[in-house]
Design a protein around this ligand. Sequence first.
Ligand code: HEC
Length: 123
Amino acid sequence: MTLRLLATHCNRPGAPRLALALALGALALGARPAVADVETLELPPDGVALKASPLPGYAKAQAHCVMCHSAEYMLYQPPTAARPYWEAMVKRMKQVFNAPFDEADMPDLVDYLVKTYGNEQPR
Ligand code: HEC
């Protein structure tokens, strides 16, 4: 994108070299964060288990929420996430990814999630 803009807009004599220098600079700048990202990217550990809880949603989450991905997906949600966030999440799992649990299980699931990973955690 940067390259094409520079190439088409700089048609004065002497401009191409400047454009090239700018483009190379932009490339270097653009490349650095990408490289840093790759180097610092840490994949979450496999097999993270759900946090145990006496809530009824715990068993339901074990049955319905860790068949496609491990519980680290819950772990990496913001601890400030409120109930509606978890409701939307659970709904999304069902509607978008066809997670096979009953509508009737959703309140328990959400209750467990928000109290275990969200903003209703005991302090
Ligand atoms: C049918 C498979 C399936 C089931 C069952 C499932 N999920 Fe997911 N879940 C996914 C997929 C696929 C993604 C990755 C979505 C993405 O990358 O956008 C995901 C991503 C997530 C994320 C990461 C945040 C996000 O928006 O991508 C969370 C949190 C999560 N799931 C929670 C749950 C919970 C809670 C349950 C149980 C109620 C559940 N999942 C059940 C397939 C599933």
